[in-house]
Design a protein around this ligand. Structure first.
Ligand code: FMN
Length: 204
């Protein structure tokens, strides 16, 4: 059956702000992705480490050109309708991996019929998640990520968010979080992103 642009499934990127093997945030992002799929979305996992982005350095860019991984990230955003993002906080800030990746994205220009990095993200919904083995769950970085993505990347950050404390005790099965009330918050974050993405597709 042929689908029209207004009825196709929402396509969501799924990114973790930690590339660590066994990352709690990757596990949370994957759980969120499965929830999004259950709501009819298609999901694409992006491993930020695989983009092989150097630490942002203008002189490096002058010498080597902008890194291919940043263009790859731009292309991925251009091909998708929204984002599910799970990131730890490092000393109350978003991780260097996350910020470095998006900083590179922000300097990719419009070219070859493709949008700039910022235009590729603009108007697209994002749901914020954070996980930590600590008691705060990474909640201190979430307002910063919210501001960063909404201000600089014109993303529509949905109001619902989840900071998951004691995450190693919550992510004990692949199906759900151990605490039902936190699992219900995860549901609400994912549903909000999928809903916004559908609205965006319908309005396109
Ligand atoms: C440099 C550094 C700083 C950290 N700062 C915080 C912090 O401010 N708040 C917190 O809850 N956990 C903090 N942690 C602990 C991380 O939440 C923990 O390592 C977590 O497992 C990282 O996420 P991941 O499992 O997805 O890799 C920090 C870890 C590192 C390496």
């Amino acid at each position: 059956m042929t689908t029209t642009p207004s009825t196709r499934a929402p396509r969501l990127l799924v990114i973790a702000g930690s590339a660590r093997i066994g990352s709690l945030n990757r596990q949370l992002a994957d759980l969120a992705a499965r929830r999004a799929q259950a709501l009819g979305a298609e999901t694409t996992v992006v491993d930020l480490r695989s983009l092989e982005l150097p630490v942002y350095d203008e002189d490096w860019a002058q010498a080597h050109g902008k890194p291919a991984g940043a263009r790859r990230l731009r292309d991925l955003f251009a091909e998708h309708d929204g984002l599910i993002l799970a990131s730890p906080e490092y000393n109350a800030l978003p991780t260097p991996l996350l910020i470095n990746s998006f900083d590179w994205l922000s300097v990719i220009p419009a070219e070859d019929g493709k949008p700039s990095g910022a235009a590729a993200t603009g108007g697209k919904p994002v749901g914020l998640l954070a996980a930590s083995p600590g008691a705060l769950g990474g909640i201190r970085a979430l307002p910063i990520v919210r501001n960063y993505l909404s201000t600089n990347f014109a993303m529509v950050v949905v109001p619902e968010q989840l900071a998951l404390p004691l995450a190693d005790q919550q992510l004990t099965t692949p199906e759900r979080l151990a605490k039902p009330d936190l699992d219900a918050v995860l549901d609400r974050v994912v549903a909000s992103v999928v809903r916004q993405a559908r609205w965006r597709i319908a309005g396109a």
